[in-house]
Design a protein around this ligand. Structure first.
Ligand SMILES: *Cc1c(COP(=O)(O)O)cnc(C)c1O
Length: 376
């Protein structure tokens, strides 16, 4: 049996090696490393895939979030609401821009922003909500968009973990993750569901004016060369990364299906065990399993991780500390106990290897070892 990894990028690469290498060689042969034709090709392919009007390729997912917030013209003191149980980037950009991050609790079942908690956090200073589609399943966007409409707020989706996941509204309309709010952001970090071979990211929007502004911001605030109308940043997806993504986007649906197959294997093995709570499947959203995250009930997590490591099975904790308890984000408004669900999750979550290359043999080995420990 092949070594088990949290993410097996090498086996995935070997299957598409010829196409990827040819794409990269093309870029080298033409030496158009920045803003080359591969970037425009990828942009158009992704617009078609997502059925969205504008894709703006940028340097990484964090920049995507930052540029999105810059484009909204928010002022210092304006409040931006994010869930406290997420990757740090979501709140980082809010803080960097001098805006006020307001964090809220999440739902125990879905790990995603709690609508109730969100509603309570809205004040006259609130300008935007940044929901995160954590682990690959969309947040309750119907509820979030309704609140945003009622209070006149922008919605910037953090779709860094959820590309390819689809949301169905109650009227039957289906929309891709990241394409429901005013702006959506994603990351092509190598281990993401659609990963390149370095850093990369993209912004999605159906709004022409916002698209033009974000395109300018990502390129030094420049529309006409060397004329700078707004303050921008330098954040571009480079042509080599785009060449990789052109090839990998063609496989994204197959990659999502492979993750779902692995998740179904885990689910079948664990669903009836009282010590393990398997990921909830919501009615409105498909799940593309960026992570396969269990909740442990009366299981010593550190001991379980140690036990699995001895068997050659990696496991991770996403995320061990919620935002409001991070040193850099300490805030008198939020003490320990402020967000009980997120705090509880940070103590009991546990993620198993999840990628496109897991074999039945590996899955059988992983599940039987997890069960052996929890049933001890
Ligand atoms: C990965 C990730 C980001 C940041 O993306 P980078 O490309 O690493 O900058 C932001 N938010 C979430 C939820 C992520 O998982």
């Amino acid at each position: 049996m092949k070594n088990i990894q949290m993410v097996d990028l090498q086996s995935q690469y070997l299957k598409i090696r010829t196409d990827v290498n040819a794409g990269i060689q093309d870029v080298i042969d033409t030496t158009s490393f920045i803003k080359g034709s591969k970037v425009t090709d990828f942009q158009h392919d992704l617009e078609k895939y997502l059925n969205v009007k504008h894709v703006i390729p940028v340097g990484n997912g964090t920049d995507a979030l930052q540029i999105a917030l810059m484009a909204l013209g928010l002022k210092p003191g304006d409040e931006v609401i994010t869930p406290t149980f997420t990757f740090i980037a979501t709140a980082e950009v809010v803080a960097l821009l001098g805006l006020t991050p307001v964090v809220v609790d999440v739902d125990f079942d879905t790990f995603n922003i709690s609508l109730e908690s969100l509603k309570k956090a809205i004040t006259p200073k609130t300008k935007a909500i940044v929901p995160v589609h954590l682990f690959g399943q969309n947040a309750n966007m119907e509820g979030i968009l309704a609140l945003a409409k009622e209070y006149n707020l922008y919605v910037v989706e953090d779709a860094c973990q959820s590309i390819g996941s689809e949301y169905t509204f109650s009227d039957g309309k289906k929309v891709q993750s990241g394409c429901m709010g005013d702006i959506g952001c994603t990351s092509f970090f190598p281990s993401k569901n659609l990963g390149c071979f370095g850093d990369g990211g993209a912004i999605f929007t159906n709004d022409d004016a916002l698209a033009a502004k974000m395109r300018a911001i990502s390129n030094h605030g420049m529309v006409v060369r060397y004329y700078h109308d707004i303050v921008g940043v330098n954040s571009r997806l480079d042509s080599i990364q785009a060449a990789v993504l052109v090839v990998k986007l063609k496989h994204l649906n197959e990659y999502s299906a492979q993750r779902q197959t692995a998740a179904a294997y885990y689910g079948a093995a664990f669903a009836k065990n009282e010590k393990l709570i398997v990921p909830a499947q919501t009615q409105n959203s498909t799940h593309v399993f960026h992570q396969y995250t269990l909740k442990l009930v009366d299981v010593d997590r550190a001991e379980l991780i140690k036990y699995l490591a001895e068997k050659g099975i990696p496991a991770m904790v996403y995320y061990p500390v919620p935002l409001h308890l991070q040193k850099a984000y300490q805030d008198d408004r939020y003490n320990a106990g402020a967000f009980p669900v997120a705090e509880k999750l940070s103590e009991c979550v546990f993620s198993l290897p999840m990628h496109t290359e897991l074999t039945d043999e590996q899955l059988e080995y992983i599940t039987s070892n997890v069960l052996a420990f929890v049933n001890k």
